[in-house]
Design a protein around this ligand. Structure first.
Ligand code: CTP
Ligand code: CA
Length: 224
């Protein structure tokens, strides 16, 4: 009699996932953020766990909830906290899927007191955050590394560029042009681009199905 667990293709594999937005503090009561719901990343975590993987889900602030014996959740707030959490789990990971909508810029100086209104205009100087995905691509060894690309124009070229520059095995292109795709909703229209420049277009699907397609694509490429 064969153990039923042996049929789970990702049993014994460790997968690191980032999800949700990051919040970059301006002062104790304000931040710069974005509308990422975290749904896609949480669906990927569930799809991976359902295939037997041990999941480390690092999430920015979201309303998503998950309860699964194979999913460990770490809550972070800023890009810098997400960077540290991702790096601390990367060595042990077999697969990493970075779906978080990380802020590209953060306030250069964070006020420790609430900023009072004064002049009629006000500006905040921003500096780049560290690119978590690119930094993992630069140090990866055995890991299978997956990124996302959110694009509104020149989509394929931009996504291929990110795949190369960040040293990825696979990139998931998320076209914001398509109705029903992207932030907030429960559906996504994605295209997978592999490190051999294979382009696999998918129909508009639920984020649950997109997550399942993604895990199947990862398994396929790992066995290729
Ligand atoms: N990413 C990351 N850390 C950052 C910025 C992005 O890990 N500081 C990751 C995202 O999680 C995603 C991928 O990089 O998997 C691409 O994110 P995207 O915003 O599409 O691209 P950027 O490289 O940030 O470029 P731009 O926003 O200018 O298109
Ligand atoms: Ca970005």
């Amino acid at each position: 009699e064969k153990d039923v667990l042996d049929q789970l293709p990702l049993r014994g594999k460790k997968i690191l996932i980032t999800a949700g937005p990051t919040y970059e503090a301006i002062d104790p009561v304000r931040f710069i953020g974005n509308h990422s719901s975290g749904k896609m990343g949480f669906e990927i975590a569930k799809a991976a766990a359902n295939l037997g993987a041990e999941v480390y889900l690092i999430t920015g602030p979201t309303h998503q909830k998950v309860s699964h014996s194979l999913i460990n959740v770490a809550h972070v707030t800023s890009a810098s906290e997400m960077y540290d959490a991702a790096h601390s789990h990367f060595n042990a990971a077999d697969i990493a899927v970075l779906s978080a909508a990380v802020a590209d810029y953060k306030p250069k100086n964070v006020s420790d007191k609430k900023i009072k209104k004064a002049a009629s205009t006000f500006s905040i100087e921003l500096e780049k955050t560290k690119d978590i995905l690119k930094s993992l691509g630069a140090i990866k060894k055995h890991q299978f590394l997956v990124g996302f690309a959110l694009e509104t124009n020149n989509e394929l070229d931009n996504a291929k560029g990110k795949l190369k520059v960040k040293n990825l095995n696979l990139i998931v292109l998320n076209s914001l042009n398509d109705k029903g795709a992207g932030f907030g909703g429960s559906t996504n229209k994605v295209t997978f681009i592999t490190d051999t420049e294979q382009v696999i277009e998918h129909q508009l699907k639920s984020k649950t199905e997109v997550a399942q397609d993604l895990m199947q694509q990862i398994i396929k490429q790992q066995h290729a």
